[in-house]
Design a binder for this molecule. Structure first.
Ligand code: CAA
Length: 246
């Protein structure tokens, strides 16, 4: 058990990559706080984790709202007494070409993918400072490294998740807290399934491994980064993209 008794808060863990990380961490002995916006999806994830015999609570909260994140952290502390791992995973897309992107599409993505990450990390990072230990993992994206047609808003936030993480690695390293990022490529989730078929076919062809990734392939790396096996890795971004951005 590589995460025995560690308490993990995983934002956006009701579905997709976040759910896979929550399940993988539970399998490694972590106590899990599931978060999301869709109650049915939250309940399904909780059931999957309970079936493993792991401890789990769920908190429905919008990370774009500072007060709701405070409530999320309070519920986690009430249930488990501490927070060892924060996975900043929740994120949305509102894709449009730059000349068609509306201020609303820009703001919706910034509010969740960027301000939401600030809200979670400022509140939970303070708890980790008091504990003298913690582990923060940002789920960025390959598009934060190399951009993507139709994703001015999303790629801005994913690039920012890498630069914020590097800042936290410097600020918090001496406080016993590590910060790292994962940059997934195109992973088989609902988010990627919304890409028009002709464009997705082109993306698949450009991946050296020749296929989309799975959520479990991201979760494996998250477990590694959250565990003591990676104890000297701090401020790093690990691409998990089948060689797409090489
Ligand atoms: N690469 C190169 N060119 C592209 C492209 C791509 N990935 N996507 C679109 N284009 C081109 C089109 O071929 C088209 O070119 P022409 O004008 O020469 O015909 C031009 O851009 C405009 O495209 P559309 O006709 O599709 O324009 P639209 O306004 O109807 O739609 C769009 C624009 C919403 C961005 C749509 O193209 C789209 O959904 N693209 C996919 C965006 C994408 O990859 N999103 C990733 C979601 S998954 C994710 O975000 C997870 C992650 O972290 C990776």
């Amino acid at each position: 058990m590589r995460l025995a008794n560690k308490v993990a808060v995983i934002t956006g863990s009701s579905r997709g990559i976040g759910r896979a990380i929550a399940v993988a961490m539970a399998k490694e002995g972590a106590k899990v706080v599931v978060n999301g916006g869709n109650q049915k999806a939250i309940d399904e994830t909780v059931e999957m984790i309970r079936a493993l015999g792991a401890e789990v609570i769920s908190v429905r909260a919008n990370i774009a709202d500072y007060d709701q994140v405070q409530m999320l952290a309070e519920e986690a502390i009430k249930a488990f007494g501490r927070i060892d791992i924060l996975i900043n995973n929740a994120g949305i897309t509102r894709d449009a070409m730059l000349h068609k992107m509306t201020p609303e599409q820009w703001k919706e993505v910034i509010d969740i993918n960027l301000t939401g990450v600030f809200n979670c990390t400022s509140i939970i990072g303070a708890i980790m400072r008091n504990q003298g230990s913690g582990n923060i993992i940002n789920i960025s994206s390959v598009v934060g490294l190399y951009g993507n047609v139709g994703q001015t808003n999303y790629s801005a936030t994913k690039g920012a998740m890498i630069s914020m993480m590097k800042t936290w690695a410097k600020e918090l390293g001496r406080k016993g807290i590590r910060a790292n990022a994962i940059a997934p490529g195109f992973i088989s989730t609902e988010m990627v399934e919304t890409i028009p078929e002709n464009i997705l076919d082109g993306i698949k062809k450009s991946v050296p491994i020749g296929r989309l990734g799975t959520a479990e392939e991201i979760a494996n790396v998250a477990v590694f980064l959250a565990s003591d096996e990676s104890s000297y890795i701090n401020g790093e971004t690990i691409r998990v993209d089948g060689g797409l951005y090489t």
